[in-house]
Design a binder for this molecule. Structure first.
Ligand code: DX5
Ligand code: ZN
Length: 219
């Protein structure tokens, strides 16, 4: 069954001086999720914000908080991010030596939707046996760490392969894609099977945020 397209602007690209306004603008522009990229300077070569950002956002918005943890040993922080008010918590396959299924179950145990992400060089087949523990799969279409990078073309085949795994599993799992998504390539990304579209620079650098979100949804 075809799933609804959801647009998840990444606040990594917002001006943090005006974060409250950015969230209000996203809500009135029709964003479905607020994508919250968390970076630790270790899993990725960049640093930004953490648990307090999620809890402050939670106090200020009813929007759906889609928290993407680009951090090592996410098991240390799952509980805190859950209690801070995340609606989705996505961890990286590459970020831990702990049992991934157990961590995804831990996310769900807090009533939070569980997400699992892989970087561009990780074989998509690792996801197969983990699907029963996932509410969402996140395919990185750039090397994580920075907004405004170029979409890696072979991501399309990777998305299509994962979509096939999901369909074969018969499970209800969202397929999210993150990195380098533009008005020009969003059509292909959706045709490959993605239904949740992350976009940072395309939304925040657009002259009209609402038009950009509409275009990402309908193209
Ligand atoms: C990259 C982040 C992305 C990024 C997307 O590490 O996970 O969410 O902000 O930004 P754009 O859409 O500009 O590539
Ligand atoms: Zn992200």
């Amino acid at each position: 069954m075809a799933k609804n397209i959801k647009i998840a602007p990444s606040i990594l690209s917002a001006n943090y001086m005006y974060m409250g306004k950015a969230i209000e603008d996203l809500q009135s522009a029709g964003a479905d999720l607020v994508h919250v990229d968390v970076m630790d300077g270790s899993f990725v070569p960049n640093l930004n914000f953490g648990i307090k950002m999620v809890s402050d956002l939670r106090k200020g918005t009813t929007g759906v908080l889609d928290v993407h943890l680009m951090i090592v040993n996410p098991e240390k922080y799952i509980e805190q991010f859950a209690k801070a008010g995340s609606d989705y918590i996505t961890i990286h396959y590459e970020a831990t030596s702990e049992d991934i299924a157990t961590l995804l179950q831990k996310i769900r145990s807090f009533g939070v939707k569980s997400g699992l992400s892989i970087k561009p060089d990780t074989d998509v087949s690792v996801l197969k046996e983990l699907l029963p523990y996932c509410d969402m799969i996140l395919i990185m279409s750039v090397y994580p760490g920075f907004g405004g990078q170029k979409f890696i073309p072979n991501s399309l085949e990777r998305i299509a392969q994962v979509k096939k795994y999901i369909d074969e599993s018969g499970l209800d799992i969202d397929l999210e894609v993150d990195g380098g998504i533009t008005i020009e390539n969003v059509g292909e990304v959706k045709r490959a099977g993605a239904n949740v579209i992350v976009a940072g620079s395309t939304v925040f650098n657009a002259p009209d945020m609402k038009e950009a979100i509409e275009a990402l949804r309908t193209l």
